[in-house]
Design a protein around this ligand. Structure first.
Ligand code: ATP
Ligand code: MG
Length: 370
């Protein structure tokens, strides 16, 4: 029994729909195990730009800092043709990740047995897949555009006498690489003891440095098998022999792309959760932000079609890492698996002969199974 504070940032599009279901499941956990969860809801993304003039307000940032964990939905609104939107909804996410120093993004991929046939990849290929992508989250190509004009890290479109040109900077310091790589090796110790570092060292200087740091860190972990893989080859192996991977560690953009691909191993974008962690500890555990890997999916928003499982499994990660409640996290995961085994399916994972349900019904059933 304990008292915990969770900031809920539903965001835009299906972010709101799936977050509602994750909160519903957390409430079921609270009453089943006698915990007290206090939820503070706040606006982020397009919703916050409309209401408050910024993608995330200072007050919301402070609220996040005061809580044990953040449950995040998704941000992003369709850009209206002809408009030049100055503040992008994504700014809220970048500000949270960077401002709260959530440099490690953990994305586990473990397809449910009952869904092996729902994937577009053959079940015999998927068999035995249990991997985790450790994505660097606060460096690389992503941050130039956040605050224009940061010295040494240009990211802009500019006009020249030969027309427009655009520049992005992929910058990593040794320290930034080392902390994410150590995180990956520490995680591997509790798993199958294998780290695959993914880069593009035949082309990029940042990757050459990345590889050097990985080799240096690996020397401190003689019990862990280390391999290097180029990102293009990794993309291929990921769908050819996914069960060969244990821990994959990679830079920001590569991790983004590879995990959208990896979601197909679990059969849908709507199935993969994530945790973003830094080094700060709260009274209860590691301070973190939890969100599905998918975006706001405007194409299916407002239709009760979105799969809430990625958000609900993100809530399970929140229970495990930030609240140190592993038994409760397992209860959520078991409830999700029970509903899938009983044949309930949202449209994205629908198969013949299964029971099709909407976002809300799936959430209700999982909460009831808890
Ligand atoms: P972002 O830029 O935020 O990563 P994205 O462009 O990758 O977003 P998403 O919003 O993640 O796009 O989704 C891509 C497509 O996958 C959606 O348009 C939708 O059809 C499908 N999709 C994503 N999430 C879900 C979900 N939870 N349930 C069902 N379908 C989903
Ligand atoms: Mg995406």
């Amino acid at each position: 029994m304990g008292n915990y504070t969770i900031t809920v940032l539903p965001g835009d599009g299906i972010g709101r729909e799936v977050t509602d279901q994750a909160v519903r499941v957390l409430q079921a956990i609270a009453s089943r195990y006698g915990h007290s969860f206090t939820f503070h809801h706040a606006l982020v993304g397009g919703a916050a730009i409309e209401a408050e003039g910024d993608a995330i307000s200072d007050a919301t940032m402070e609220q996040c800092q005061r809580s044990d964990a953040i449950l995040f939905g998704a941000v992003g609104v369709p850009t209206k043709p002809g408009t030049n939107q100055q503040i992008k909804p994504e700014r809220s996410l970048f500000r949270l990740r960077k401002g709260l120093e959530f440099f490690a993004n953990l994305r586990p991929v473990r397809p449910f047995k009952a869904l092996l046939n729902a994937s577009s990849i053959k079940p015999e290929v998927l068999q035995g897949t249990d991997l985790i992508v450790v994505r660097e989250l606060t460096g690389g190509l992503y941050y130039g555009h956040m605050e224009p004009g940061i010295p040494g890290k240009p990211s802009e479109i500019r006009e020249t006498d030969k027309g427009y040109e655009a520049i992005d900077t992929l910058l990593y310091t040794e320290g930034e690489i080392e902390r994410i790589v150590r995180t990956a090796f520490d995680i591997a110790r509790g798993r199958q003891k294998k780290v695959t570092s993914v880069d593009k060292a035949n082309v990029l200087s940042s990757s050459v440095l990345w590889r050097r740091v990985v080799d240096r860190v690996a020397a401190d972990y003689p019990d862990i098998a280390t391999e290097h893989l180029l990102v293009d080859a990794c993309a291929m192996h990921l769908i050819r022999r996914p069960s060969n991977f244990d821990v994959i560690v990679t830079e920001n953009l590569f991790g983004d792309i590879l995990t959208d691909e990896a979601s197909m191993l679990a059969s849908s974008m709507g199935m993969l959760p994530s945790a973003s962690l830094g080094t700060r500890k709260t009274e209860h555990g590691i301070f973190g932000l939890y969100e599905p890997i998918h975006g706001s999916a405007p194409d299916i928003a407002g239709q009760d079609k979105a799969n809430p499982i990625a958000a609900i499994l993100s809530a399970a990660m929140l229970l495990r890492h930030s609240l140190s409640l592993p038994r409760e996290a397992e209860a959520v995961e078991a409830a999700v698996e029970a509903c899938i085994n009983e044949g309930y399916r949202t449209e994205d994972i629908q198969e013949e002969g299964k029971k099709k349900v909407g976002t809300q019904e799936m959430g209700q059933r999982i909460a009831a199974a808890v």
